[in-house]
Design a protein. Structure first.
Length: 572
């Protein structure tokens, strides 16, 4: 077993010397021995709670992580932090809490580690925002760290087909259009989510789980195993052992998360037709390490990456199928063979990506993943757009779309509720472009997702007959011609705020453009008349968030990141 010099670790501040006797006595109160207190302290953070199935299996896995830490010469200290679960927050004011929760999770993890001087960190997350949040905390603190996904939910079975919660969101639209009875809707909702675990399609949680392996912060294969399977506990145990190896070798998150590994992460998002939310989370991670990697940088990677994984919502399969087919490493292997992945990036195994992939072979007999030279389409499932409607850029998910251009007339709504009411009452028509504005990071506040609205539109059979543009976000589960993250946002006087009903908008996902047919002078004249909207929050956490949050194209960060860092926590 490795020996560690505690005098060089952060935990010396809480456990060494005569003046730390009171601190040590607290550890003895919790059953630790003098030997335990002399070892490195490893924070084991999970976002366990009873908010949703995504989080319910995390505490079980944390116990296995702790066994791995103890077996390798460390003393684990378990703590939990919050999550806001998008599936339950969706479609009402609760969604304003979702993106804000990413910052609260990262900040609370940082504060817990700083306050107790932990030497290393293992993070277990299950829900959309908790994955990037824990990775952000890891690179911010820069103590040796391992990330582990809590695992995906098993698919539900309805009428002999695999279903996910998105089928239920879309069924709401079918129900409102008279295409599904209340009885059928009830039957579907009862079977759609049969186990613990995060949503099963390539939505935000599974997208960011794939990112955790591609970026090098998680062990190979750890993203794939579904949450209920006990095999997950094997990866949890190994993650506990791995973090002690990283501590011994002093391999830190900023040795792992670099410009190249962020490019690897963006590559796997594109190759899996993953969630547009990754274009928010990768720039936020880049902010933590002080490099420029904004929305349009992510979009450039998307544009040159082949779309290889036939996963819901744009395709046929769910996360469990990808795991059975060969998992993230097999996809990384074919991307590496095609020259799309940097092989020289360090990973938590202590080896490079190239070394990790050395013995992996692509299995041509499965149907979920394609080889790099036989893609579902030659470019990634997500495209960046710029133009006079979005000078800072915006993003559209094209995986599964039949047409890549759309021209239509604006139908403007100043919040999601108003748009959803119009959709449910069918007060829109084919060819319309539904505008949902004042839903950005500042304007929301909180940059809500629009799955309830997009799901209802799809359920009414209008998924590709209308387009939707917003300064808010979309769920990774969203389908249809949906443009999000438009910047500058309406609350800051961006062009979206100046639109009127009937304005003609051209969206071209082939050329990467989004323009309203108005001249500079017309837009300037409207801007003179524009008045900012009063925020719906004047106090509390969401008000506080609106005061500090940056633009979506930079990842909606709430602090300056490494650029203004004075000292790294890991070196205290």
């Amino acid at each position: 077993m490795a020996k560690f010099n505690k005098k060089k670790l952060p935990s010396r501040h809480t456990s060494l010397g005569a003046d730390r006797a009171p601190h040590r006595s607290f550890y003895y109160a919790m059953g630790e021995t003098e030997k335990d207190v002399a070892k490195p302290f490893v924070g084991v953070v999970s976002t366990w709670n009873e908010a949703a199935p995504c989080n319910i299996a995390l505490m079980r896995q944390a116990q296995s992580v702790k066994k791995g830490v103890r077996a390798s010469g460390g003393t684990p200290r378990e703590f939990c932090t919050i999550t806001v679960t998008d599936g339950i927050a969706m479609g009402h004011e609760g969604m304003k809490s979702s993106l804000v929760s990413r910052e609260i999770i990262a900040d609370s993890t940082e504060l817990t580690v700083r306050g107790h001087c932990y030497d290393a960190l293992v993070g277990i997350a299950g829900c959309d925002k908790s994955l990037p949040a824990l990775m952000m905390a890891m690179v911010r603190l820069n103590v040796p760290s391992v990330f582990i996904y809590g695992g995906s939910i098993l698919p539900g079975q309805y009428k002999g087909k695999d279903v996910t919660v998105v089928d239920v969101f879309e069924a709401v639209g079918k129900h409102s259009a008279g295409k599904m009875s209340s009885k059928e809707l009830k039957k579907l909702e009862l079977v759609a989510c049969p186990s613990a675990g995060a949503c099963g399609g390539q939505f935000t949680a599974n997208t960011m789980a794939c990112v955790s392996e591609a970026i090098g912060l998680a062990l190979p294969y750890s993203a794939g195993t579904p949450a209920p399977y006990e095999e997950r506990d094997k990866y949890a145990l190994l993650s506990g052992k791995t973090v002690m190896n990283l501590l011994q070798k002093n391999i830190r998150p900023r040795d792992i998360v670099t410009k190249k590994s962020l490019e690897n992460a963006a590559t796997i998002v594109a190759a899996t037709g993953g969630s547009t939310n990754a274009a928010l989370h990768l720039p936020a991670l880049a902010n933590e390490i002080g490099i420029k990697f904004d929305l349009m940088d992510v979009a450039k990677i998307f544009k040159k990456t082949p779309y290889l994984a036939d996963l819901k919502p744009g395709g046929k399969y769910v996360a469990k199928d990808m795991w059975i087919a060969g998992g993230v490493p097999m996809l990384l292997k074919t991307l590496y063979d095609g020259g799309f992945i940097h092989g020289d990036c360090m990973t938590v195994t202590g080896k490079t990506m190239k070394q990790n992939l050395k013995n992996i072979k692509f299995n041509p007999k499965q149907k979920v993943l394609r080889a790099y030279d036989n893609p579902l389409s030659p470019d990634g499932g997500v495209v960046g757009l710029k133009g006079n409607l979005a000078p800072d850029g915006c993003i559209v998910k094209i995986a599964g779309l039949k047409k890549l251009q759309f021209t239509g007339k604006a139908r403007c709504f100043d919040n999601e509720e108003a748009a959803m009411a119009a959709v449910q009452n069918k007060k829109y028509k084919e060819g319309d472009i539904i505008i949902i504005r004042y839903e950005g990071p500042v304007g929301g506040p909180g940059m809500r997702e629009m799955l309830s609205t997009t799901g209802a539109i799809y359920g009414q059979g209008m998924g590709e007959k209308v387009a939707l543009i917003t300064d808010g976000r979309f769920s990774g589960a969203t389908r249809g011609f949906c443009v999000g993250h438009v910047g500058p946002e309406a609350a800051l006087g961006g062009p979206l705020a100046l639109l009127r009903n009937g304005d003609v908008i051209d969206i071209d996902a082939k050329k990467g453009t989004i323009d309203v047919r108005l001249t500079r002078f017309q837009l300037a004249a409207r801007r003179k008349k524009w008045k900012p909207k009063k925020s719906s929050f004047g106090s509390g956490t969401i008000w506080k968030y609106a005061q500090t949050v940056g633009p979506a194209y930079l990842g909606a960060p709430t602090h300056p990141g490494k650029r203004k860092e004075v000292k790294v926590y890991a070196d205290i």
